[in-house]
Ligand binder design. Structure first.
Ligand SMILES: Cc1ncc(COP(=O)(O)O)c(C=O)c1O
Length: 393
């Protein structure tokens, strides 16, 4: 079987230029290709592999659950050990009033669920989102994403959404008594890992409270420790009304979730009942993987190492061809000046055994989002490859 040929023939494509890289196996910070080569992974499945590839604790948790039972019922009917343990540990690990978790299948579904929850709780219709934001690709998540290029062929999308400028408090007047929610990526991902100014989130939350709008924070990328805190809002002294997570919370399996207070969340269970339903949300296999990931992130001390690892990246990548480095912790975006050059660098890095990527909207930014478990030695090894490529090209 020619996997690459069949990939292009039978599997739907997202672009006309997929890499089609063939994977044999993956372990720790490395992916082993069918070509027999080991590739150091600075991308981690686009921020999904929090603990690296095939972490033994995750694999064991999945195998243990698989030997007991797989899917037994749709979400929300049976009390199953792993999803309950995950929701409980999330409640214990996040500040009040975040206490109840709704488990779903993907980040985009979690975004859709959070928007429905905000509308249902407030009884309002308007939504404020941000220019250059990315929240996923379902109709709802695409509607609140702030990039016209990716939306225009799919209209009509959700109505009554306005977009404000990230980090610009002058636009707060658009958040009014008619606003159900403001939805924001705490750190804007596709836009090149933009971090909010120190007081911005505090003032945004204050404005939301003044007018009775809910603040939804999309932590699908920073979630589970990537910035040195379990969620990145913890750096900014506020707590959102609704917290959305996905990607890295699964440790390598498909998952999403949104959290809020009991008072807000319970509005999804009446008038109408079944306000959001899903077959596979809270699946025990997925929950086992996510629970093992969360426990390890909380207990391993990994989050305490993030700052040192970020500093090392920033120090090693100080090079004349690097214009600036955005981001926080192990979500870094390295500006190489032009999309063409960044693509070339990524390609050359791959030839030398290093996987890097670029940011979705800002292709001139090289994406660095390795597993949190990456060692200092592996950071040095990968950065040397980037520097060699920058020097030679
Ligand atoms: C910030 C953010 N929100 C939402 C999503 C959508 O998540 P998913 O691809 O699991 O639907 C992503 C995925 O990249 C994301 O980065």
């Amino acid at each position: 079987m020619n996997i690459q040929k069949d990939f292009f023939l039978y599997q739907a494509q997202t672009t006309k230029f997929a890499a089609g890289f063939e994977v044999e196996k993956a372990e720790g910070s490395y992916i082993v290709g069918k070509d027999g080569r080991r590739y150091l992974d600075f991308v981690a499945g686009v921020s999904a592999n929090t603990l690296g590839h095939s972490h033994p604790k995750i694999v064991n948790a999945i195998v243990e659950q698989a030997t007991k039972y797989l899917h037994v019922m749709v979400y929300g009917e049976y009390a199953q050990e792993m999803p309950v343990a995950l929701c409980k540990l999330l409640a214990e690990s996040t500040p009040a009033p975040l206490e109840i978790t709704y488990l779903v299948n993907s980040g985009a579904e979690a975004i859709d669920g959070s928007l429905k929850l905000a509308k249902r709780y407030t009884g309002r219709e308007e939504i404020i989102s941000f220019k250059n934001s990315y929240h996923g690709n379902t109709h709802g998540a695409l509607s609140v994403s702030g990039n016209e290029f990716h939306k225009r062929e799919f209209r009509p999308l959700l109505p009554m959404i306005d977009f404000i400028e990230f980090n610009d408090e002058n636009e707060f007047y658009k958040i009014t008594e008619k606003t159900a929610c403001v939805i924001m990526e705490t750190i804007q991902g596709a836009a090149g890992f933009l971090v909010p100014d120190p007081n911005y989130l505090f003032n945004l939350k204050k404005r939301c409270e003044e007018v009775g709008a809910l603040l939804i924070l999309d932590e699908i990328q920073p979630g589970f420790g990537r910035t040195g805190k379990l969620f990145s809002f913890e750096h900014f002294g506020i707590v959102p009304d609704i917290l959305v997570m996905g990607k890295g919370m699964g440790g390598g399996v498909p998952v999403g979730a949104f959290m809020s207070s009991k008072e807000i969340m319970e509005t999804l269970s009446y008038s109408p009942k079944l306000g959001h339903i899903t077959t596979f949300g809270g699946n025990p296999l997925i929950a086992a993987s996510s629970y093992a990931t969360l426990k390890e992130v909380l207990e391993s001390g990994l989050m305490d190492e993030i700052e040192e690892k970020e500093c090392l990246f920033r120090k090693l990548l100080d090079h004349p061809k690097v214009q600036n480095i955005n981001g926080k912790g192990l979500m870094l975006a390295v500006n190489l000046g032009s999309p063409e050059y960044t693509l070339e660098v990524a390609k050359k890095c791959m030839e030398k055994g290093l996987i890097v990527f670029w940011q979705l909207y800002r292709n001139e930014y090289l994406r660095i989002s390795p597993p949190l478990t990456i060692s200092l030695e592996e950071i040095r090894e990968g950065c040397k490859i980037i520097l060699d490529v920058l020097n030679d090209n």
